[in-house]
Design a protein. Structure first.
Length: 384
């Protein structure tokens, strides 16, 4: 029978090891949890693609760069996660695996930043049940969604959230008046856009317009508004096939053929579509979160006038008659009137497009957003 002995490091070696671990913790003070999906590029790949001009810069990649943070994405779960988190991610789902990883690694980081309610709220609940603390920041788009609302209002998980960042002021109002979240925990950070990637191009001469996005959209009203029109309409709903097929299946018979089509586009293809469109239409259902915000900021950054549905949640971006035109929810006649006005008055569309670009440069740039977000995550005195 043989025995194996493990030689302990000398005191000096142990000291060097402890110092190296302390330096590692200093270098990685923040852990960022982001929504994962099949085929998700790593942060390095996203940065390379942005540098090559193939896509806009990614907000969480830029934030991680500023903070020196680790990002728990799909590649992290596969390659770096703790064994338990990896098993949970495989058997239950990526979000559950991220919650486990963040909970187990909470002592290694000064701040943990969850970039979605489906990750941040369960993590806060886990900490509450386990009676464990730690600095936890949630970046939110829809606090009043049914599941999120229940966890905040009924389970009061906000007691274990140190700061909550919202893209829209309407959701902050809902959080304070209906969900019981203390106002001091809430911070507004208006949606950013990479104004270097999305930039004005030469004005088009054709009769093409476009609509972009899928979440919270009301394409039935837009299709009804365009009935009998000779305008060309391109609807872009993402870079994968699933969303386009789903929209085709749902609304295929209502799509005004042959002048309209639904497409999946890469970021560079979408930029070309914006550039070739006279203006952009964002038809929304009357939801109370800021649906359409990504497409709106991209369109404005491209110098395009926008026609957008006036909803309870979309209140922070467009000034009616300045950057674009608001129309009532579900009102096809009003939407058609707005479309016909911008077609007949291209000078108005040009003026609104310039105003939109100026607004983006003034308050929606990606660099300004990530600097503000970094300050919130670190807990800096934002009023100083």
């Amino acid at each position: 029978m043989s025995t194996t002995t493990t030689e302990l490091p000398a005191p000096a070696d142990r000291h060097r090891g402890a110092t190296a671990r302390a330096r590692s913790r200093t270098r990685h003070r923040t852990l960022i949890l982001v929504t994962t999906y099949p085929g998700q590029p790593s942060c390095d790949e996203l940065a390379r693609q942005a540098e090559a001009g193939l896509r806009p810069r990614k907000d969480y990649v830029e934030l991680a760069r500023i903070l020196g943070a680790d990002v728990v994405d799909a590649s992290y779960l596969r390659e770096r996660a703790t064994p338990l988190a990896r098993i949970v991610a495989q058997r239950v789902g990526p979000a559950a695996g991220q919650v486990v990883e963040a909970f187990l690694r909470r002592g290694d980081y000064d701040h943990i930043c969850a970039w979605a309610e489906r990750i941040g709220l369960p993590l806060a609940l886990t900490r509450k049940i386990a009676r464990r603390g730690g600095d936890l920041v949630l970046i939110s788009s829809w606090l009043s969604a049914r599941r999120s609302s229940f966890m905040l209002r009924r389970l009061r998980v906000h007691t274990h959230l140190d700061r909550i960042v919202s893209y829209g002021s309407a959701q902050i109002d809902v959080a304070t008046t209906r969900l019981g979240v203390p106002g001091g925990k809430l911070h507004l950070a208006l949606s950013p856009v990479d104004e270097r990637f999305w930039r004005p191009q030469p004005a088009p001469a054709g009769r093409r317009i476009c609509a972009v996005g899928a979440s919270g959209r009301d394409y039935r009203t837009l299709f009804s508004a365009l009935g009998g029109s000779d305008l060309e309409l391109d609807v872009a709903v993402g870079s994968g096939d699933r969303q386009a097929r789903s929209l085709e299946d749902e609304l295929g018979r209502e799509v005004p053929r042959p002048n309209a089509r639904i497409r999946n586009l890469s970021p560079t293809e979408l930029r070309e579509l914006y550039a070739s469109s006279r203006f952009v239409v964002i038809p929304l259902a009357d939801v109370e979160y800021d649906a359409g915000v990504t497409a709106l900021t991209e369109a404005m950054a491209m110098g395009k006038a926008v026609i957008v549905t006036r909803t309870r949640g979309q209140v922070d971006l467009v000034a009616d008659g300045v950057q674009g035109i608001y129309v009532p929810a579900g009102d096809a006649r009003a939407m058609r009137g707005a479309i016909e006005h911008l077609v007949a008055h291209p000078e108005d569309a040009d003026r609104m497009g310039r105003a939109g670009r100026a607004l983006v440069e003034r308050r929606h740039t990606l660099d300004a957003y990530t600097r503000r977000l970094a300050a919130i995550v670190r807990g800096d005195d934002l009023d100083a």
